[in-house]
Ligand binder design. Structure first.
Ligand SMILES: Cc1ncc(C[n+]2csc(CCOP(=O)(O)OP(=O)(O)O)c2C)c(N)n1
Ligand SMILES: [Mg+2]
Length: 592
């Protein structure tokens, strides 16, 4: 037995009361100091969870670590707070990896407290011992093991600082069993609250901001392409000012959707790899092609957002604003603006307004009319599908119905695959800063539903609509019980095409055939929902979907709408353009 850790006197901190506490309570007190109100966990590390309620922290008990960490991710995206998830060592810890990887790629701040074996038992094949330092190496921004209970506050604060500062991301703190279990009072006394992000805002080099302003003012056809960094920086208001007051057209990536009001006369909508027939930005292609100065904001210029780096004209002059200097110029050589988007966009707008905007003013009616024209062509193209009565149903029709009841405060969460493309193309952001969440860091299946739960916990007063494919939903059905137990109310629509649609269609296009793994036996998702004690509704007729949404909103608790959609329906992915999608075969055992 290790000796109890002796109390090392430090004067109690009146602001936090965090000194002279046992280790478990000091962990909880430290989290409370960072304004943590929810912890996604399954009891372990028990000492921390047992102490947490005393410090005003509620445990959200997930069914799988995988889903719990995804809930934490969405909670952080919506609350602008660092989210906390906990897990046991070994197998439980391994299940955190996918969510951490998404958070790393999507720059989402979270702290995972992972139990580890007793320090003295390290490297002895202790029960469920695993080299967690190796395990988490590739999916964390910051990773440490705490080795002394008197350093708990130091390490918790380091983890929060790493998660919330600079480019946000996931931090993992390994917490050996004996460190958490130390009964004697530990050193406390830190008082800072580090739980909100961005923790520090830094302005890009003012000389370069002035140069960027000159470029944008003098450009023939400038364009802004905003990414998810705008949401992370909470910079939608500043971007809207730049758009409106300077007169710059703005497009976004999928992660940046909602960074501007998509009905604004200078908004192009979401651009990227789905500008085929029916795509919202399809007819804005020439505006992108002809752009001579392009301002990238919080945009990692990834493959989908640039249609495999073919979308943005190589001849344009790029200005790239990002908090992460490594992203600036990664794929497009650019004038470098390294800093926080909110601060820097505000400074850039001021600089532009102080200069000569005659060129922008003269061009504005021209670009507005081109955008209006492109939008009208899109509406004419997509309109019939948005009100299609076809059976099996068209997903566009479901989006059309959902769009009608969607308000700017609502949150739309979609899973990877087609779900995020349907929502992106057919649900408009109606105010700057409206939130559409999707796991677009890595585009993993199974994020949608737990993300919706995390988003709702972060904003209980807002309605959360969740759109998932049947394949992706199957990863996380078990969390329906979590939704019920915690009384979390979200409206889930399962786009049930009884197939891994994207996979199947892409194989058909690329290889002319698909493998046997892509088609499912029939699954009754409404029955699964009811079995877990939440409402389940099956919809096979398009005319019934609106009523199902209405019923879901009137009913307390989560609702699952199992919507039977056309398995041949595919969103406007450019890869599929002019390529035929194989007809749906073996229809006899499918539910319709
Ligand atoms: C975890 C994970 N596994 C596999 C994939 C590859 N993948 C991309 S889309 C897709 C099909 C998704 O099917 P479903 O969720 O039913 O949505 P649908 O495309 O049918 O709308 C697959 C398997 C992935 N993105 N993530
Ligand atoms: Mg499917």
């Amino acid at each position: 037995m290790k000796k109890p850790i002796a109390s090392i006197a430090s004067s109690p901190d009146r602001s936090t009361g965090s000194s002279n506490l046992s280790a478990g309570r000091l962990f909880a007190a430290s989290l409370a100091r960072h304004d943590v109100k929810h912890m996604f966990g399954q009891s372990i590390p028990s000492r921390i969870h047992l102490a947490a309620p005393e410090f005003g922290i509620a445990q959200i008990g997930y069914r799988t670590e995988n889903a719990g960490a995804i809930m934490a991710d969405a909670y952080a995206r919506i609350s602008h707070k660092v989210a906390v998830v906990t897990a046991q060592n070994g197998p439980a810890a391994t299940l955190l990896v996918p969510a951490l990887a998404e958070a790393l790629t999507a720059s989402v701040p979270m702290v995972a407290l992972v139990q580890d074996v007793v320090l003295a038992n390290l490297d002895r094949n202790a029960f469920q011992e695993l080299d967690h330092l190796q395990l988490f190496q590739g999916c964390t921004k910051w990773l440490r093991r705490i080795h002394d209970p008197n350093r708990i506050e130091d390490y918790i604060d380091m983890a929060f600082t790493a998660a919330a500062s600079g480019r946000p991301g996931p931090a993992v703190l390994l917490c050996p069993y004996d460190i958490i279990g130390a009964d004697a009072p530990c050193i406390g006394g830190r008082g800072a609250s580090l739980g909100r992000y961005p923790l520090d805002r830094t302005l890009a080099d003012p000389d370069r901001i002035a140069e960027a302003a000159r470029l944008l003012a003098d450009a023939a056809q400038p364009l802004v392409v905003a990414g998810g960094g705008v949401h992370l920086s909470d910079a939608a208001t500043e971007l809207a000012q730049l758009q409106e007051r300077v007169g710059l057209p703005v497009a976004t990536t999928t992660m940046g959707k909602g960074a501007v009001d998509e009905r604004h006369a200078l908004s192009l909508g979401v651009i990227g790899y789905f500008m085929g027939p029916g795509g919202m930005a399809r007819y804005h292609g020439p505006l992108i092609d002809e752009a001579d100065v392009i301002l990238l904001v919080g945009n990692r210029t990834n493959q989908n957002g640039t249609d495999s780096w073919n979308l943005l004209p190589r001849g344009a002059r790029f200005v790239h604003l990002d908090i992460d200097s490594a992203e600036v110029g990664r794929n497009y050589e650019a004038l470098r603006l390294v800093g926080d988007a909110k601060l820097t966009l505000a400074a850039l707008t001021q600089e532009l307004l102080a200069g000569d905007l005659a060129k922008r003013g003269a061009w504005r009616p021209i670009v507005e009319s081109r955008i209006a024209n492109g939008r009208a062509r899109h509406e004419a193209e997509a309109g019939p599908l948005l009100c299609s009565a076809a059976k099996p149903m068209r997903p566009e029709r479901l989006m059309g119905d959902l769009a009608r009841l969607l308000g700017p405060k609502d949150i739309v969460v979609s899973d990877a695959s087609y779900a995020s493309i349907w929502t992106t193309n057919y649900l408009a952001a109606t105010k700057p800063g409206m939130r559409f969440l999707a796991p677009r860091g890595l585009a993993g299946l199974g994020w949608g539903f737990p993300m919706a739960l995390g988003a709702k916990l972060a904003a209980p007063e807002r309605r959360v609509f969740c759109i998932v494919g049947d394949g992706g939903f199957a990863h996380v059905w078990s969390e329906l019980e979590t939704a019920r137990r915690h009384g979390i109310e979200v409206v889930v629509t399962v786009l049930n095409n009884q197939t891994l649609g994207y996979q199947r269609h892409a194989e058909d296009v690329l290889f002319g055939a698909h493998t046997s793994a892509v088609d499912f036996a029939p699954v009754d998702h409404a029955a699964i929902a009811r079995a877990c004690g939440v409402q389940g509704i099956r919809v096979t007729e398009a005319a019934d979907y609106g009523d199902a949404l209405g019923l879901a909103l009137e009913t307390r608790g989560t609702t699952v709408i199992d919507a039977f959609i056309d398995p041949d329906a595919h969103p406007p992915i450019t890869l599929f353009e002019n390529k035929s999608i194989s007809r749906w075969v073996d229809s006899k055992d499918r539910m319709a």
